[in-house]
Design a protein around this ligand. Structure first.
Ligand code: UDX
Length: 442
């Protein structure tokens, strides 16, 4: 099928490349000339495992191209909207400027029978508001949220857990004939996942939009729940990692996303829960999700706690102490530093006068652009050399598995390690003479 993908960031670039890899003829369209040039050469503008191979393969096959020219969408029959919906500058609500611009830019090229599939995370009610403009061209709008995780984006796009399509409804509330047809077209687009019996859930617009924000709200709540338990563990001497293991054995709870530490960040969870609160307020139901304010507050307190631990570990002051921060990305397997708890901790320590050295396997270029005041060292061992304390804030394998306390001891005389992700073997580090501090564990 001929597809267009409007917006070639983390979501759109992966979607375009993945769709080409399953046999479609895809054009990716973005306003950013530099990004388009890189993608057209098969170069990924950000770190995402598996993406470079898909890009080069797609471009070489002739089934994948990138352009800044919206007229290229005219040939396509399904158009995906994958632009960003960042937090607005003046509040918690999502900024829909890019979604509106993408849809308006696309309108002149739509033909009767085309499908416009919104993938961006939007406040509930957005699709209903956009639909009349799309319908006026004879095309159909569907909302088809994306659940990809950075670091696993390729796999999540080609083999998702589930597919959700919010389609136009008939007055009965059931999908209209137009909605049924749109769902059939999407089934054809996602043919390998459909053939593999991936659940394909057809809903109305509002439900599809809410599925996405509800999923992210749930995940954020799960993380903040365990971080709240970490706060209680800290005043009782309990160990939150054992607690998480024990409650996680209950299949109704599950161990995943019960990793206590410095909390969640990135381009999705923080802004999505804030936008959800803002939208619920607008709808007069702010109280229904008022707990999300608490989820956000708990999350941000864990960054304070990590900084406090480093200060305590260094005897009450970090001034002129060398602190090596292991990690800058908001999570491993990513070079994304948007709302990164790791970088936030680094910046705060530097603000307290510490001599902060930051290292990360992928995120240094992005971190340097945003926080040029920090010192960056690419080589992990060189970064650790001479540190008074080391602080693990992103659980890359390079720190979690491949850095032994024996080896670290050869690099520095400082014997303090703060484990902001509870990812190290505390006993092994202590046995080697290190003073170990975890988050919510003794
Ligand atoms: C998230 C959702 O998982 C995904 O479905 C959605 O489409 C986009 O938002 P992503 O932002 O890539 O994906 O990251 P995710 O793996 O969910 O991690 C988010 C943050 O939570 C990271 O900062 C991570 O370090 C943190 N986290 C995760 C924890 O602090 N503890 C955990 O147990 C799990």
């Amino acid at each position: 099928m001929k597809l267009s993908v409007i917006g070639c960031g983390y979501l759109g670039a992966v979607h375009a490349a993945a769709m080409a890899s399953i046999g479609h003829d895809v054009v990716g369209i973005d306003v950013d000339q530099r990004k388009v040039e890189a993608l057209a050469k098969g170069i990924a503008p950000f770190f995402e495992p598996g993406l470079p191979e898909l890009l080069t393969g797609g471009v070489a096959s002739g089934r994948l191209r990138f352009t800044t020219d919206m007229t290229a969408a005219a040939d396509a029959v399904v158009h995906f909207i994958g632009v960003g919906t960042p937090q607005s500058k003046d509040g918690y609500a999502a900024d829909l400027t890019y979604v509106n611009a993408a849809v308006d830019g696309l309108l002149p090229y739509l033909k009767p029978g085309d499908i416009v599939a919104g993938k961006s995370t939007v406040p509930v009610g957005t699709a209903a508001e956009l639909a009349p403009r799309v319908t006026a061209t004879g095309a159909t709008l569907v909302w088809n949220p994306e659940f990809l995780r950075e670091g696993w984006a390729v796999q999540d796009t080609i083999s998702p857990d589930r597919l959700v399509a919010g389609v136009p409804s008939a007055p009965t509330g059931e999908p209209s004939a137009e909605g049924e047809r749109a769902a059939d077209v999407l089934r054809e687009v996602y043919h390998p996942a459909v053939a593999a019996d991936t659940p394909f859930i057809i809903t109305d617009y509002a439900t599809a939009e809410l599925v996405k924000v509800a999923a992210n709200a749930f995940l954020a709540t799960k993380i903040s729940f365990i971080n709240a338990m970490a706060e209680i563990a800290e005043v009782t001497g309990a160990d939150v990692t054992q607690l998480a293991d024990a409650i996680g054995h209950d299949a109704r709870i599950g161990r995943r996303f019960l990793g206590a530490g410095i909390g969640f960040g990135g381009g999705c969870l923080p802004k999505d829960i804030r936008a959800f609160s803002a939208r619920a307020e607008e709808l007069g139901r702010g109280e229904s999700v008022s707990f999300l304010r608490e989820v956000d507050a708990i999350n941000l307190r864990r960054r304070d706690r990590a900084v406090q631990l480093v200060v305590e570990a260094l005897g009450g002051a970090v001034h002129e102490k060398v602190v090596t921060v292991l990690g800058a990305a908001f999570k491993p397997h990513s070079d994304d530093i948007r709302d990164s708890p790791a970088l936030d901790v680094a910046v705060r320590l530097r603000g307290l006068g510490a001599d902060v050295v930051v290292t990360d396997p992928q995120a240094i270029p992005n971190a340097r652009l945003k926080h040029p005041q920090l010192t960056y060292v690419e080589d992990r061992d060189e970064a650790i050399a001479g540190a008074d304390a080391i602080v693990v804030v992103t659980e890359w394998d390079e720190y979690r598995r491949q850095l032994s306390p024996q080896h670290a001891s050869t690099l520095t005389a400082g014997r303090i390690v703060v484990d902001g992700r509870n990812c190290l073997d505390a006993a092994a580090w202590r046995a080697e003479g290190w003073t170990y501090f975890g988050m919510g564990r003794p």
